[in-house]
Design a protein around this ligand. Structure first.
Ligand code: ATP
Ligand code: MG
Length: 760
């Protein structure tokens, strides 16, 4: 049998074999944190701990699936199926499905996605007669989400002076009322949004001591991956669950903390040592994932952050290839460049499709890559983005399913009471809603025993008919009947337009996936629950990754995802794309150091996903928010030491700026810094299209020149303009100058090796 302890280095082994008491592993990327965590689980089980007594939490479904796979591999048997391994949200949803009635929710509570939640908020804003341009649902939802993740309920929100001040400042005086109304409406609907899965879990544990005791008894060992990204709610729940036995193992990397916008705080790492008496702390310093060049670049980049826990990270892996930097004219060219590079790599180095990942800052960037990959017949898979489950016809169908299991949910009722059209008008529906509000009832309760409207009564009878199937039929049978007898499928079938056909296929696809659900053995191991309620819960939690059947490794496709969702993963070849000021770092972070440092950590996460080869690309111009914008090279590119870089320039010399992508017309696969004439040519190509902003990615200035700098000297910086050198520090290769750029910019610390400085 495969010996899971073999090959661990000393600190890894120590961490794996540590049995009882709190333990914390804070270490850099690729140092084996997740490996330690999964091996620890296997080790505990090998030494008599029942899988049933182990709880392991992480952030993405993909990471959870990988963790489970790794444990299974280490164990060599299927005992792992009884483990509670999953995302915070999915594990808490499972627990809440059992315990929700204690909080007054049905156990088949609906889980709202962002769209559903915004819908509820929109209605509330309307009812309160507020201006929906000022009270934007997305903004409001963010505020509420932040409050919940910080464990601030509506009552506490109302009296929190900092929150009140902020709402007053932004002229949103009714926020507390909206939060209140939103909470009530969700409760009335028997629905929880994503943040509720944490917030209500916390409420549950703090309100019912017997429930708390039950789970404290159950989970002898609690393990958390990516601990740096826990927020206040998650932190408190972990603490509650582990309070009796204190067998808590947390692993993480402060340099990879990328969720502070959701309330995550690195403080939780620091706090951990104060929370328990005898915390074992383990350091891991050897990276097993990446080439030396990649590690050197990663270390250099993150070195620009001031706030970090000092850590070493080294590797005995090969030096590897240099990092390839490519600048293209447009975002379409960037897409083309990446697809070309993938094809070329495959021919020259025999990489498979699945060896490549394209990582971007925002979902909207995926389009250009999808297009070029499709054109080159390279199979790919997009993770995240607008999911299948957000499409209108799919949502309508799901609304039926949800209503049948949970009639309290007014949102779904409103959505489909007249879909397909059955002559129930808006005014009729509004009448029931106000009656419901008046009598403190749900809309369903108002209409379920006769509504005075035969059409509505017919609808009620139909839903009741579906409900009567719930006990005895599985999810597929009920869903099939709903599609058939509601007229939903027939309506789509009769629409013979291209769009209609696509919608019909989507609904077919939905039914297929429900069928698959009912036929797949239950991995959770506990109960073979193939009911509609169980199905709905499962899909509600599939947000970060689309419905993946089979092992990830088996599908040979290029992977496209945001950097956020790539956390914890690794790929042989990685493209980090869109390195442009205002895109990455994002414009929202540019003027605040904490925000900028978070963006830099995000870049660090991106770089450290690569095992063998890394590309960094950006486009001179791209369409954003409907207009063409010119971009500056991201400051993060300048933080990559020249010694590790290979530059490529792809320019289209004479294409109209707004024209269709023609692809790469001149690819100069050369190292600019060594071939000045090529650089000149490239610059010329770049300037030849009028109105295009010229930007030269190479430094005008190399390490040798850095030696020529002296205090008092006048210099010119590409971005900050003219300045005077005040201080010089560091060795020949990492000289840092303190430069006064006058009123606009003040004194800045500039790394001379990477800055674009000219002596004037
Ligand atoms: P991240 O910070 O990105 O989450 P991590 O610290 O969790 O990274 P892992 O994903 O556990 O790192 O490990 C990175 C890679 O190194 C994996 O492929 C893992 O199998 C491998 N690895 C870890 N430890 C060892 C070891 N002792 N010997 C060989 N390979 C190892
Ligand atoms: Mg990891």
């Amino acid at each position: 049998m495969y010996n899971y302890l073999e090959g661990l280095n000393e600190p890894q082994r120590v961490a794996v074999e540590h049995r009882d008491g709190p333990i914390m592993i804070i270490a850099g990327a690729g140092s084996g944190k997740t490996k330690v965590l999964t091996t620890r689980i296997a080790h505990l089980m090998k030494n008599g701990v029942d899988a049933f007594n182990i709880l392991a939490l992480t952030f993405t479904n993909k990471a959870a699936a990988e963790m489970k796979e790794r444990v299974e591999k280490a164990l060599g048997n299927s005992e792992a199926r009884n483990l509670y391994i999953g995302t915070f949200h999915s594990i808490f949803a499972r627990i809440l499905r059992v315990e929700a009635p204690k909080l007054g929710y049905p156990s088949n509570f609906t889980i709202y996605d962002t769209d559903d939640a915004k819908g509820v908020i929109k209605d509330i804003v309307k009812q309160m007669n507020l201006d929906d341009k000022h009270y934007k649902p997305a903004y409001i939802l963010n505020r509420i989400s932040a409050a919940k993740n910080g464990l601030i309920g509506p009552a506490a929100y109302r009296v929190d002076s900092a929150i009140q001040m902020e709402d007053a400042k932004s002229q949103r005086h009714r926020m507390a009322d909206i939060y209140d109304a939103y909470t009530n409406q969700c409760f009335k609907n028997g629905a929880m949004d994503f943040d509720d899965l944490l917030f209500k879990m916390h409420t549950l544990l703090t309100t019912f001591s017997d429930v708390l005791a039950k789970y404290q008894q159950r989970f002898h060992y609690v393990l958390i991956d990516e601990y740096q990204d826990t927020n206040a709610a998650q932190y408190s729940i972990i603490k509650l669950l582990g309070a009796v036995r204190e067998n808590i193992c947390v692993v993480g990397d402060d340099a990879q903390s990328i969720y502070s916008f959701r309330g995550a705080t690195v403080q939780n790492i620091l706090q951990f040592q104060d929370d328990y008496d005898d915390v074992k702390v383990v350091k891991l310093e050897q990276n097993y994932r990446s080439s030396q060049n990649i590690i050197n670049v990663a270390n250099n980049v993150i070195g620009n952050n001031q706030h970090q826990i000092p850590k070493e990270l080294w590797t005995s892996n090969k030096e590897g290839e240099k990092i390839m930097l490519a600048r293209t004219m447009t975002d379409n060219d960037e897409g083309k460049f990446v697809a070309d590079a993938i094809k070329e790599m495959q021919m020259r180095n025999h990489y498979a499709n699945k060896d490549f990942a394209i990582l971007y800052r925002t979902n909207a960037q995926s389009r250009a890559f999808e297009e070029s990959l499709r054109r080159m017949n390279i199979p790919y898979k997009l993770y995240g983005g607008v999911s299948f489950y957000q499409r209108k016809e799919v949502k309508d169908y799901l609304a039926y399913l949800r209503l049948v299991v949970n009639t309290r949910d007014e949102e779904n009722l409103k959505r489909i009471i007249n879909v397909p059209a059955r002559g129930i008008g808006n005014t009729t529906v509004l009448k029931y809603i106000s009656a419901a509000n008046e009598h403190q009832r749900t809309v369903w309760e108002i209409i379920e025993n006769g509504s005075g409207n035969p059409k509505v009564d017919g609808f009620v009878q139909m839903i009741k008919g579906f409900q009567s199937m719930l006990e005895s039929k599985n999810a597929y049978d009920v869903a099939f009947a709903i599609g058939k007898y509601s007229g939903l499928v027939a309506e789509l079938y009769n629409d013979k337009t291209v769009e209609g056909l696509a919608r019909y296929e989507n609904v077919q696809e939905l039914l297929n996936s429900i069928k698959e659900f009912t036929e797949t053995p239950d991995e959770e191991g506990e109960i073979l629950d193939k009911s509609l309620g169980s199905y709905l819960q499962q899909i509600s939690l599939q947000t970060d990754v689309e419905n993946n059947k089979g092992k990830e490794e088996d599908i040979d496709v290029v992977k496209l995802m945001t950097i956020h969702s790539a956390k914890g993963l690794e790929f042989p070849c990685v493209f980090v794309v869109g390195l442009e000021e205002t895109l990455f770092p994002s414009s929202m972070s540019l003027y605040d150091r904490a925000g900028l440092e978070e963006e830099r950590r995000l870049f660090y996460v991106a770089i450290t996903r690569a095992k063998e080869r890394l590309w960094v690309t950006y486009a001179n111009s791209r369409y954003r928010f409907g207009t063409l914008v010119n971009n500056d090279e991201s400051r993060f590119v300048q933080e990559i030491p020249l010694a590790y870089l290979d530059r490529t320039f792809t320019g289209a010399s004479n294409r109209p700026q707004n024209g269709p992508a023609k692809g790469v017309s001149g690819m100069l696969n050369q190292n600019f810094d060594k071939v000045p004439s090529l650089k000149k040519l490239a610059d010329k190509l770049a300037t030849s299209t009028a109105s295009q902003k010229v930007h030269t990615p190479s430094a005008d200035f190399t390490a040798d020149d850095a030696g020529d700098m002296s205090i008092g000297m006048k210099v010119e910086h590409q971005k900050f303009g003219f300045g005077t050198i005040l201080t010089l520090e560091g060795g020949a290769n990492n000289r840092i100058a303190g430069i006064d750029f006058g009123e606009g910019h003040g004194v800045k610390k500039i790394m001379l090796n990477y800055a674009k400085l000219k002596i004037v």
